[in-house]
Write a protein that binds this ligand. Structure first.
Ligand SMILES: [Zn+2]
Length: 260
């Protein structure tokens, strides 16, 4: 091959490497819960003493799981954050009212929690957040500020809605992976051992509409998880306290977190 042709080959290879690098960066931004590519995201709270962590539950409310999770939290006097799906809130507003009365935090987790939502655009995401705010507000007395993107995935449209709406995008430090077939022992292993001061723990109390999810392992693991965290000197507190953010737009009638 002539020298000139060869340099063309190298130039093409260079372009390919740069392009795949950029694609990798964008993919990491979309799928990594910690990436700042699509705007700031809170995935950890303060490490200040006393050491604290925050329990968060996604995808509810659900008529079978949420009441049992609420029972355990009440028994241990642990305040938590629930990132609810708008459609599920419409089905079970009474469970969201119960969360709120008990001093738990209610956050926005989109209206549909669509699997392919990451590939949707600005108009779609504006509606997803606004509709969910609108179903939460009458129950809680204020619109939420905290937003957890479904599956932690983000794109530039979500970033814009978060910025314009002055939401706080919040993911997690460690997660239970309790949406998959798992056991209480596995959940404990994932969360307890990997948690440290400032950790945001992600679990589930529900599922996307139309899907069936068995969360018995989560319910079984929760009492032990709280006990083990406390044994290690990690007190579970409400997420807004751990990350130092106002949970709602206006503090109409927000109960103080119970417990720690
Ligand atoms: Zn979710």
């Amino acid at each position: 091959m002539a020298g000139e042709d060869m340099s063309l080959v190298w130039a093409a290879a260079g372009v390919a490497v740069v392009a795949s690098g950029a694609a990798g960066l964008v993919a990491r931004g979309m799928f990594s819960p910690r990436s700042g590519v699509f705007g700031p995201v809170v995935f950890r709270g303060t490490t200040a003493s006393p050491p604290r962590v925050a329990l968060t539950f996604d995808d509810g409310p659900d008529e079978r799981t949420t009441p049992r999770i609420l029972d355990v939290l009440e028994r241990y006097e642990v305040p938590a954050a629930f990132f609810v799906i708008g459609r599920n809130v419409e089905r079970h507003p009474e469970l969201v009212a119960q969360m709120h009365r008990a001093g738990h935090l209610v956050g926005n987790h989109s209206y549909h929690h669509a699997r392919l939502g990451t590939f949707r655009r600005l108009r779609y995401w504006r509606q997803e957040l606004a509709r969910t705010d609108d179903v939460i507000a009458p129950i809680v007395g204020a619109k939420p500020r905290l937003f957890r993107p479904p599956m932690g995935f983000r794109n530039r449209h979500i970033a814009r809605v978060v910025r314009e709406g002055r939401y706080v995008a919040t993911t997690w430090t460690v997660r239970a992976l309790d949406s998959l077939n798992t056991s209480a022992a596995r959940i404990l292993e994932r969360l307890d051992l990997r948690s440290e001061a400032g950790s945001i723990l992600a679990l589930h109390d529900g599922q996307e509409p139309g899907r069936v999810r068995d969360l018995r392992a989560t319910i079984e693991a929760l009492p032990q998880l709280i006990e083990r965290l406390r044994d290690r000197g990690l007190e579970p507190v409400r997420l807004d306290g751990l990350i130092g953010e106002q949970p709602y737009r206006e503090n109409a009638s927000v109960p103080e977190p119970s417990g720690g």
